[in-house]
Design a protein around this ligand. Structure first.
Ligand code: LLP
Length: 430
């Protein structure tokens, strides 16, 4: 079950903490993040995405999971930060994240967001479209600032992932197609703009990618494109950001790529392409989100009731739902689950774990083999560290769960549980 251990009481242990003790202390539902594992994941990228001749940078895609504590951790591990909204940027600023290490994304950034980014001196804005360029130029003029940018391009690669998380089909809303006739004009304009320091290109081909060839294809297409731009525009492309998307293990059908090999191969391929084209090596950035946090997260729930339908389907009702994990409903995601307080008991049946939202699609994990669940048992769902807390909602006015970090037998609350008062705090009377 995930990377976790079972202790002598037959209880699931996370970060050397007994999960039943965590439930006693913090209640359920509860997001438990294994801090050591997050740090190990950061280190894996830091140590393996390096090369003697190529400068590299690892930028954590904060949309996967962001809180003040997470910003501190990411900074301590020496990663940079990708934000896509004023809210994510504000969180980073409040956590004193060094602003020059922040990269700002978004296909429709507002004037306020861009102003905040430019005024606070963030490292790069990743520009999505032409309208945004005008907006940036005006803001820079008003504040007499110059900003470094990358241009997001769409290399037109089809990846084998869920339709909703593909990003570089030719019809995608993100970036400017490398086949767009205007692209060289845009680069020329950028090069002559005194408010903009054009550094290079960004592309992100999708998320939860389990096939290494997709990344190599991205590198081929992007390096060919860089060669073409260098020739047609006479510019040296200093930076290439290849985005994130490294897939993780959720259930038996997922076979993640060996990251160490992949990262090394990616840099080797860039080197050989640049050598072939006699181009200087650009600085290479990647933006992992899911692969930093997904496997570090476990959600703990308590069983309220079980039900066998007339058709013979067994349901386990838990005290969370699609409000704390919308991924099953949205993407048909598959999760693994276990009874955390009876890890060694024999499995007796196939159960579907569902929550308390008023909706049939409110499913957390489908067809899971479990011992017969009893009222009060603790259900643990693994690999919930990415895009769970960050996509949680207050649907049905359910308060969002607490998030805790666990490490070496200690636990620390990093997001307190919402209260009913939190739920109504922005409501105004009629
Ligand atoms: N960079 C860019 C520009 C992105 O759009 C994304 C993710 C990433 C990096 C990080 O990708 P990762 O390494 O996490 O795969 N909510 C969906 C995932 C949406 C991903 C959006 N962009 C899910 O729960 O599967």
């Amino acid at each position: 079950f995930g990377t976790m251990k079972i202790n002598e009481l037959g209880h699931l242990e996370i970060g050397k903490c007994d999960s039943t003790d965590l439930v006693k202390k913090y209640g359920t539902p509860l997001y438990v993040m294994d801090e050591t594992l997050i740090r190990d994941n950061c280190k894996l990228f830091k140590t393996n995405f390096t090369s003697k001749n190529i400068q590299t940078e690892i930028i954590y895609a904060s949309k996967a999971f962001l809180t003040l504590a997470m910003c501190t951790l990411i900074n301590e591990e020496g990663l940079s930060l990708d934000v896509v909204s004023g809210g994510e940027l504000y969180t980073a600023i409040k956590a004193n994240f060094p602003t020059h290490k922040i990269y700002m994304h978004g296909n429709n950034k507002t004037k306020e967001e861009l102003t905040m980014a430019i005024k606070t001196g963030i490292g790069r804005i990743i520009v999505d479209n032409k309208c945004e360029l005008d907006l940036i130029e005006n803001i820079c003029k008003a504040y007499n600032k110059k900003i470094s940018i990358l241009l997001r391009v769409n290399p037109g690669i089809e990846t084998n992932t869920h339709e909703y998380i593909k990003t570089t089909k030719n019809s995608s809303k993100f970036g400017i197609s490398i086949f767009d006739k205007d692209i060289f004009n845009i680069v020329n304009k950028l090069n002559s703009n005194k408010y903009i320091d054009f550094k290079g290109f960004h592309s992100h081909i999708g998320s939860q990618i389990l096939n290494e060839e997709s990344f190599y294809e991205e590198i081929n297409v992007m390096m060919n494109f860089i060669k073409e731009v260098s020739e047609k525009c006479g510019t040296t492309i200093q930076e290439l950001n290849l985005g994130g998307g490294f897939g993780v293990y959720y259930s038996k059908k997922d076979r993640p790529i060996n990251l160490k090999n992949l990262l090394k191969n990616m840099l080797d391929k860039i080197k050989s392409k640049a050598d072939e084209f006699k181009l200087p090596y650009p600085k290479i950035m990647i933006e992992p989100g899911r692969s930093i946090v997904a496997n570090a997260g476990t959600t703990l729930y308590q069983v309220g009731c079980t039900k066998k339908t007339h058709s013979g389907k067994h349901y386990v009702f838990v005290d969370g739902g699609m409000n704390d994990n919308p991924r099953t409903a949205l993407y048909n995601a598959q999760y693994e689950a276990a009874i955390a307080n009876r890890m060694n008991d024999e499995k007796e049946g196939i159960y579907t774990i569902t929550g308390r939202c008023c909706e049939s699609g409110d499913i957390i994990a489908k067809d899971i083999s479990l011992p017969h669940p009893n009222i009060g048992d603790i259900i643990a769902v693994s690999t919930t560290g990415a895009y769970n807390y960050s996509m949680a909602s207050n649907y049905n006015r359910l308060p969002r769960p607490s998030v805790i970090f666990v490490k070496n037998g200690n636990s620390k609350c990093i997001v307190r549980r919402e209260t009913y008062e939190d739920i109504i705090k922005n409501d105004l009377p009629l």
